[in-house]
Every structure is written in structure tokens, then in C-alpha cells.
Design a protein around this ligand. Structure first.
Ligand code: PLP
Length: 436
């Protein structure tokens, strides 16, 4: 159980209230937060967010010989508070589509710090992108042609980066691979050559190249061959057209430990050190100028900072299982049902008491697949107790739904011992707000 505690933000402690140990994060008592805001409840510890950014920054400074920047992948968690925090930390913010662009704009993210992604950007996405963003990552030739058509109409046209598909996969769940030959994302090498020519013919401000191999990988090695391929392509493009990119982004995707079995986990520094060395060596080998290296992490910044709190309701014993049924599940965290993501958990009160035996933590929704955690050694938890699931900060709220009329949870931001409500819980009225 001690090991499990290491999955939580570093600021987590067990403090004693009425002689019972209780989990507190960032100086805030989780039992009190649950009483005040209800459950399911999500909270983000700013000190953990800051620590992840600091690690990226110091690693880039230590290992990469050129200039470097960080784009925060907003798809992992995007709301006004997260966008404002990212800007405050000097990050760029990656938005997918007009919706996230709207949030970034309302959060006053400066144009120069907004970067846009999207595999099939709609007309509305492209209009919003040219109006709001500083950089657009172009996914395909059809998009590039539509951007070329817009270029004449807009002053201050964003920089363009081209997204290349290196044709290699990283080791992660197939649903999270993006760089392989048959991926729907990005352009093959022949299309890249055409895209550079199209940009030049239309006088478009082409400044960078982007690739993203997939999400939640734990070994940086497979990035190496992908990067080598991209650099070979860039040297061919340089020979053919004289063009070299000022920026190169290898996307995001660095993984995090979700379960105590994932510990110890290689660090952000291991990843950045590998990437930096490979890029510097590859540029030297291909006689390419060092680009600005823009990493694009989402999960490795926000996942550990986020913790979900649920209340246990019914407890059932079936033939082979002890079921702890929670008041949240696949509607706020689809990851276990979507790709078998594995989580861990601790009771909020007396968290380190010994396990009684394995438990299955199920949600309240009408799907047999609505199980957040399977076969986890758990204490003798009773109905009414609170359970905290660590590493809940990335891709939960953003993929949440109103399935079975679920109300999306309240979200708190913890800083300096204070909890601030950054998103209220949805209400029943929200469920019919769009109905005509
Ligand atoms: C283009 C792009 N960049 C960055 C990311 C962020 O990945 P992660 O949250 O795993 O770091 C993703 C996620 O899939 C992505 O598609």
C-alpha cells in the first residue's frame, strides 16, 4: 500500500483527524472536499503540474544544445483554468479544433502560443485557426489547399508546420499508435514533398515539421528510428528545395505509471535526454541546422496531478468477486473500457490498512464493461467510504459523457493549501439545455 501512495502527487500526505489517518493533497483534506463538493470529484494539484513542467524545462536545457519549447497538449485536459495555468508557465497550448480554440481564446492565451492540430479540420476549425492561432499543424494536402485559399483573406496568417507520418509504430495500445504507415494521421513522404512545393508556390509561411508516434509509451527508443526517417526526409527536401524547418516537434506521448506494478517508471528526463541526443546527432549526420525542439506532452504533465474521488455504495459478493460499486465510472473515465487501462486506488480514510483481498471497482452505469479497476488488493472498505484513484488527470474529463444521465463531476484546483472550484458539477438542467 505504501508503494501505491507513490502514484499520488508528491504533496500527498496522511494526516490524523480524530486519530484516523486521512489522505490530504496539496494541504487539503480529501474527506472535507468530498463533503463540500460531493462525489465523483476531480482535483488537480498545481504543485504536481508545475513540477512536471520544471522537469521538462530543466531536461531540455541540460540535454538539447539548441533552443527548445514546450507545447502543452490540451486534449489531455482543457478548460479555462488549465489554459491560463499553461500560459502562466510560458507553455504553448495545443488545441484540436474550433472548440478547444474557443476555450484557449476565452482564456486569453496569446496568439503566438496557440498551436492547432486536427486530422480532418472542418471549415469552422480552419476559420478559427487562422483567426486565433499562431501555428497550424497541417495534416494533409486537402487541408493545405484550403489554407492556401484562405491565406489571401487574412492578415497575420499563422505559421504552418507539416505533420509527417514516419511509418513506424511505438509500443503502446493500437488505439494510441499514430505514426505507423496505415495511420489516419499526417502525410507520407511523397505528400510531404508536394506540401513543401505547394507552400512555396503560394508563399505560405512554412516553418516547421511535426510527427507524433503515439501516446503513453514508456521506452523512448522507438522514437529514434522515426526521428532518423524524418531527418532523412528533411535532408532530401533541403537538397531538392533548399527548405529546412526552423521548428521540429516530435509530438508528445511520454507515459506515466498508473499502477504500482508500473513502478519504477523511467523519468521525463530519460525521455528528453534520449530525444535531444538523437535529434542533435541526426542533424549533424544529415548536415541540417539544429531546429527549435518543441515537445508536446499532455499526459506526462497532467495525469499525476489529477486525482478522482468516489464514494462506495453497494458492496456485492458474487461467486468469485468482491464488488465495490462506486458513484462514478465509465462516464467520467472511459479509459478502462476503451483500451483496458489499469488503475489503482486507496481508501481515503486509513488508506494504508492491509488488503482484505482482491476487489473489482465497478461504476453505476448499465454496461458490464463499466469497471474502473479489476482484481486489485483492497482493504475491508465499507459502504459510504471514499476511494481515491490516482493518476486521473489526463483524458478522463475530456472524454467524459452523460451516459445514463450522468452529471459531469465538479473539478477543483489545489494550490497553497486552498481548493478552488474551477468547474461546477453539471446539473439536471444541463442535461436538457440543448434540447428544443
Ligand atoms: C498530436 C498530438 N500531440 C500530443 C499528444 C499528447 O500525447 P500525450 O498526452 O500522451 O503526451 C497527442 C495525443 O494523442 C497528439 O495526438
Amino acid at each position: 500500500m505504501e508503494k501505491r501512495l507513490r502514484l499520488f502527487p508528491k504533496s500527498t500526505e496522511i494526516h490524523r483527524v480524530d486519530n484516523v489517518g486521512r489522505l490530504a493533497i496539496g494541504g487539503c483534506d480529501l474527506t472535507e472536499l468530498a463533503a463540500e463538493y460531493g462525489t465523483p470529484l476531480y482535483l488537480y494539484d498545481q504543485s504536481a503540474l508545475d513540477a512536471a513542467v520544471d522537469e521538462y524545462r530543466s531536461s531540455l536545457a541540460a540535454h538539447y544544445p539548441g533552443a527548445a519549447g514546450i507545447t502543452y497538449a490540451g486534449k489531455a485536459l482543457m478548460n479555462l483554468a488549465a489554459a491560463r495555468w499553461a500560459v502562466g508557465r510560458g507553455l504553448w497550448v495545443d488545441c484540436t479544433g474550433a472548440g478547444e480554440l474557443y476555450i484557449a481564446d476565452r482564456a486569453d492565451v496569446p496568439r503566438a502560443q496557440i498551436l492547432v492540430h486536427g486530422v480532418n479540420k472542418s471549415a469552422a476549425d480552419l476559420q478559427a485557426a487562422v483567426a486565433i492561432a499562431g501555428t497550424i499543424v497541417v495534416d494533409n494536402l486537402w487541408e493545405l489547399e484550403r489554407l492556401a485559399a484562405l491565406a489571401g483573406e487574412v492578415a497575420n496568417f499563422p505559421d504552418l508546420w507539416l505533420r509527417v507520418r514516419p511509418g513506424l509504430a511505438v509500443d503502446t495500445h493500437a488505439f494510441r499508435q499514430t505514426g505507423q504507415d496505415d495511420s489516419k494521421f499526417g502525410m507520407g513522404f511523397a505528400e510531404m514533398v508536394e506540401a513543401v512545393a505547394l507552400c512555396r508556390a503560394n508563399g505560405l509561411p512554412l516553418t516547421g515539421v511535426h510527427f507524433h508516434q503515439g501516446s503513453h509509451f514508456h521506452d523512448p527508443q522507438p522514437i529514434g528510428p522515426a526521428l532518423e526517417r524524418v531527418l532523412e526526409l528533411l535532408s532530401e527536401l533541403r537538397d531538392a528545395s533548399g527548405w529546412t524547418p526552423a521548428y521540429l516537434s516530435p509530438g508528445g506521448g511520454w507515459g506515466v505509471p498508473y499502477h504500482e506494478d508500473d513502478l519504477p517508471h523511467p523519468s521525463i528526463d530519460d525521455y528528453v535526454a534520449f530525444l535531444s541526443a538523437k535529434l542533435a546527432e541526426g542533424c549533424a549526420a544529415n548536415d541540417l541546422p539544429l531546429p527549435v525542439l518543441h515537445v508536446e506532452p499532455g499526459r506526462s504533465i497532467v495525469a499525476v496531478a489529477g486525482v478522482a474521488i468516489y464514494r462506495v455504495g453497494a458492496i456485492k459478493r458474487t461467486v468469485n468477486r468482491r464488488w465495490l460499486l462506486l458513484d462514478g465510472g465509465m462516464a467520467d473515465n472511459i479509459r478502462p473500457s476503451l483500451y483496458g487501462a489499469r488503475y489503482s486506488a486507496l481508501p481515503v480514510a486509513n488508506p494504508l490498512r492491509p488488503a482484505l483481498g482482491p476487489a473489482w471497482l465497478g461504476g453505476p452505469y448499465c454496461e458490464s464493461g463499466d469497471v474502473l479497476i479489476e482484481n486489485l488488493p483492497m482493504a475491508d472498505v465499507q459502504p459510504g467510504e471514499l476511494i481515491a484513484i490516482p493518476v486521473s488527470g489526463a483524458y478522463h474529463l475530456m472524454m467524459s459523457s452523460n451516459y445514463n444521465g450522468a452529471l459531469r463531476p465538479a473539478v477543483l484546483w489545489l494550490r497553497d493549501g486552498q481548493a478552488r472550484l474551477i468547474q461546477r458539477r453539471e446539473t439536471l438542467a444541463d442535461l436538457i439545455d440543448r434540447d428544443l
